[in-house]
Ligand binder design. Structure first.
Ligand SMILES: NC(=O)c1ccc[n+]([C@@H]2O[C@H](COP(=O)([O-])OP(=O)(O)OC[C@H]3O[C@@H](n4cnc5c(N)ncnc54)[C@H](OP(=O)(O)O)[C@@H]3O)[C@@H](O)[C@H]2O)c1
Length: 251
């Protein structure tokens, strides 16, 4: 099965590449833009002709479209630019293929920098002990490991080969831990024995920033009913992801 992965250099894309490349039944081509490392092909997804050309050349059986501008505040600051990245290529890919949408909440996983994920960047708040900081203890985030999303995507592709109709429409996946930013920080602090007494739980929904939903939990039941899914416990996933950074900088 030929799989084309856009955004293959990103947080999710790297996990997708590793999941699909680890299975010899898949022939994988990954696309990147500013980080076309190794086997990744550089394609600007704002270039319609470039996207069509790669689709014609590679003739994928499935496209996993993970290239996007995903930061809500950047999207709001320049909606036109975000629309070009988030919609143009999506429209091209959607017109030439059947599609399923997989909605996910906040992601974490193997990171290149601590700021790469909104989960791991919480370490910066944790280690900055100069001020007493109020941390959101209101909005439910359900942090989700990218490796779990990669497994779900592989299973969805496999299922499509035997039962295409069942993998069509909109699907949801998320981690099984219902957490706020505050409970995530405390979990990280406890996992690495770091002090967190300078942080206070804020039970009020944050104002003044780009609004996020109060509850980001997703209903996994549709995928579970197809026998699809994997959930890594947050305590386990976050320890593996952050250990190299914490050992290097804070122990
Ligand atoms: N991260 C989260 O917490 C989160 C939460 C919910 C949903 N999602 C969704 O999950 C998907 C993947 O997100 P992510 O976290 O992996 O994002 P990411 O780490 O920011 O990666 C974005 C990817 O898009 C590529 N890209 C950006 N502009 C491009 C362009 N003009 N042409 C070609 N490629 C371009 C980047 O390539 P280069 O780096 O090579 O430039 C990178 O591979 C997105 O649809 C996002 O909205 C993410």
């Amino acid at each position: 099965m030929k799989i084309l992965i856009t955004g293959a250099s990103g947080l999710l894309g790297r996990a997708l590449m590793s999941e699909f490349e680890g299975d010899t039944s898949f022939d994988v081509l990954g696309l990147a833009f500013s980080r076309p490392k190794g086997t990744l092909r550089k394609v600007d997804i704002r270039d319609e002709d470039g996207v069509r050309k790669i689709m014609q050349e590679f003739q994928p059986d499935a496209v996993i479209h993970a290239a996007a501008q995903r930061r809500p505040d950047i999207v709001e600051r320049d909606e036109e630019a975000a629309r070009t990245i988030n919609c143009s290529a999506t429209e091209i890919i959607a017109t030439i293929s059947d599609y399923a949408v997989l909605r996910v909440p906040i992601l974490y996983g193997q990171i290149e920098t601590i700021e790469e994920s909104a989960v791991t960047t919480l370490l910066n708040t944790l280690v900055n002990q100069d001020n007493v900081d109020l941390v959101d203890d209101c909005c439910i985030r359900c942090p989700t490991h990218v490796d779990d999303i990669a497994v779900v995507c592989r299973q969805m592709c496999e299922r499509r080969t035997t039962d295409p109709e069942s993998v069509s429409g909109v699907f949801h996946w998320c981690g099984a831990d219902f957490m706020t930013k505050y409970t995530m920080i405390v979990t990280i602090a406890n996992a690495f024995n770091l002090p967190h007494g300078h942080l206070r739980a804020n039970p009020v929904q944050p104002a003044g920033e780009t609004p996020r939903p109060k509850d980001c939990s997703m209903d996994r039941s549709k995928l579970v009913s197809l026998g699809i899914g994997q959930t890594t416990p947050f305590t386990e996933g976050i320890q593996k992801v952050m250990k190299p950074f914490i050992s290097k900088n804070y122990s």
